[in-house]
Design a protein around this ligand. Structure first.
Ligand SMILES: Cc1cc2nc3c(=O)[nH]c(=O)nc-3n(C[C@H](O)[C@H](O)[C@H](O)COP(=O)(O)OP(=O)(O)OC[C@H]3O[C@@H](n4cnc5c(N)ncnc54)[C@H](O)[C@@H]3O)c2cc1C
Ligand SMILES: NC(=O)c1ccc[n+]([C@@H]2O[C@H](COP(=O)([O-])OP(=O)(O)OC[C@H]3O[C@@H](n4cnc5c(N)ncnc54)[C@H](O)[C@@H]3O)[C@@H](O)[C@H]2O)c1
Length: 464
């Protein structure tokens, strides 16, 4: 396509919603520019879901190999070659990244422009090109899909030590001797378990009173229990104050319950949260204001306060997941290209934390139900009651579901189990179809699958 300055649509950031939207716009005859300053595919493909889950798979093999004796299978000494783990990860990332790039190239009316975008006015964008030079583009529709970046906590001395983030930790070619993980959220815990399984000693420092603060306490406690059983050190209510390094050692000074603790490790991962990529967009030139954290507020149709400027994905705040960014694409496609009236109001949010056992979550949890003053019945079973989990010797965790006592509708679930994400999705489908819990209780599922445990789960309500 010849270089143009006037487009029908500009998408800033080639994230999980922006790329499919570019294709859909092109299919409807809209000339579209996608501006990306780094790698096509955004966080998920390059430094998020794809590489982490690829490496989680390597870590699971290391774990099971070490547990061979439990199954009567004797193995030799187990060692992990991080260079090969990394190569496998790089190859899979490359495959998905090239797939995303090819998708954009195939779309006839899409131009991929590599550079840093910022607003000049509500309909005008400046691009500082990666190859040098600048371009100014205009469009009636502008979509912001710029995602999040690792936040740096205010920790004295952090700039003086070699710390890792979610991208650089996956480029290590040796197993850290002692990994300190600052932050007990999704990023921190997935890497903590992964590296423990690769052979690192791991210490997690979490400011909150529990891991994964948004989850119910029984869920967080169970996760803490199995991680500690496997040898992880977890400091809760612990706040790091300063850090320094000498030689190969990194030393963290931590306050916990009024006491000062010194933690010394070989590597430090910062996983204390992520902030929106909005500071360099020059949003005031478009008349857009952010909230105090830098997120871009939208209405339920993902429209900003400025007509013609829309948001996709993590940068709007709220649940930051790939499938949510993709669903944001569907909202814009439906509203702008198909004449429908789609909205994110009442969108059910599923997600999965890729620990082992996985945490699959959908809908309300007990904390949220209490905040909303909603009465619920709670069904719960330990995974030790599930035949399949006992047979595979993967029986850590439990399943929990919340049911509306008046309508018998399922309101939410937390499945902390082997393949917890897949079991959660079955419950999600029941919720989408508005099935009463009794349908799952009475459903005839194949034996011995994990799904048949839904019979047992929905027969085991806690006393009211
Ligand atoms: C370690 C990790 C693991 C994760 N695992 C999962 C998981 O298992 N499942 C899940 O659902 N989610 C996971 N996530 C979250 C998931 O990656 C994001 O929610 C998802 O990528 C959606 O992001 P997005 O579409 O909003 O934007 P992103 O994918 O972040 O893309 C934004 C793009 O915008 C570009 N950009 C930013 N500013 C500009 C600018 N001014 N000009 C040009 N380009 C710009 C960036 O370079 C980037 O490529 C994980 C995240 C991390 C960090
Ligand atoms: N499996 C998945 O879907 C997946 C995996 C990884 C990331 N993600 C997405 O990425 C987002 C960011 O994840 P994250 O883990 O970086 O952020 P997070 O906000 O989920 O967790 C950060 C944690 O760090 C703790 N913390 C903050 N400051 C601290 C300090 N100074 N000292 C000690 N602890 C501190 C917080 O209490 C919190 O628990 C998530 O919201 C999630 O949507 C999803």
């Amino acid at each position: 396509m010849p270089e143009s300055t006037d487009f029908d649509a500009i998408i800033i950031g080639s994230g999980q919603g922006g790329n499919p939207l570019a294709g859909a716009l092109s299919n409807k005859g809209k000339r579209t520019a996608v501006i990306e300053r780094a790698e096509v595919g955004g966080t998920c493909v390059n430094t998020g879901c794809t590489p982490t889950k690829t490496m989680v798979a390597s870590a699971e093999v290391a774990y099971l190999a070490r547990r061979g004796n439990d199954y009567g299978v004797h193995t030799g000494e187990i060692s992990v070659d991080m260079a090969i783990v990394r190569e496998r990860k790089r190859n899979i990332v490359k495959q998905w990244r090239e797939g995303s790039e090819n998708g954009l190239k195939r779309a006839q009316l899409v131009e991929l422009i590599r550079g840093q975008a910022s607003f000049v006015g509500p309909k005008q964008i400046n691009v500082r090109l990666n190859e040098g030079g600048e371009r100014t583009l205009t469009a009636n529709w502008i979509f912001l899909n710029t995602g999040l970046s690792t936040s740096k906590p205010p920790l004295t001395g952090l700039d003086t030590v070699p710390w890792l983030d979610n991208a650089s930790i996956m480029e290590l070619d040796t197993v850290p001797q002692h990994l300190i993980v600052l932050g007990g959220g999704y990023v921190g815990l997935e890497f903590a378990q992964m590296f423990q399984r690769f052979g690192s000693r791991v210490t997690v420092i979490q400011r909150d009173h529990q891991l994964l603060p948004a989850e119910d306490t029984d869920v967080a406690d169970e996760i803490t229990k199995f991680l500690c059983e496997d040898g992880m050190e977890i400091l809760l209510n612990a706040s790091a104050e300063s850090v320094s390094s000498s030689g190969k050692a990194i030393t963290l000074t931590v306050q916990q319950d009024g006491a000062t603790k010194i933690i010394e490790g070989s590597h430090l991962l910062i996983a204390t949260g992520r902030h929106p990529n909005t500071a360099d967009l020059n949003l005031p030139a478009a008349g857009i204001t952010t909230d105090k954290h830098g997120f871009i507020p939208t209405n339920d149709k993902l429209e900003t306060t400025v007509p013609g400027i829309y948001v996709i994905g993590d940068v709007k705040g709220g649940p930051a997941f790939t499938h949510i960014s993709y669903d944001d694409f569907r909202i814009h496609r439906d509203n702008l290209l198909e004449g429908r009236s789609a909205s994110i109001a009442n969108r059910v949010i599923p997600y999965c934390v890729f620990l082992d056992p996985q945490l699959g979550r959908v809908g309300l949890n007990e904390k949220e139900a209490a905040q909303q003053g909603k009465k619920v019945r709670i069904a719960r079973i330990p995974m030790t009651s599930v035949a399949r989990a006992v047979e595979t010797d993967r029986s850590r965790g439990f399943m929990k579901a919340l049911v509306d006592p008046e309508t018998d509708q399922i309101l939410g679930a937390a499945i902390l189990a082997e393949e917890g994400g897949e079991i959660m999705a079955m419950i999600q489908i029941a919720m989408m179809g508005k099935l009463k819990y009794t349908v799952l209780r009475e459903g005839d599922f194949a034996h011995p699958t994990l799904s048949e445990s839904l019979n047992t789960l929905f027969s085991n309500f806690q006393p009211d």
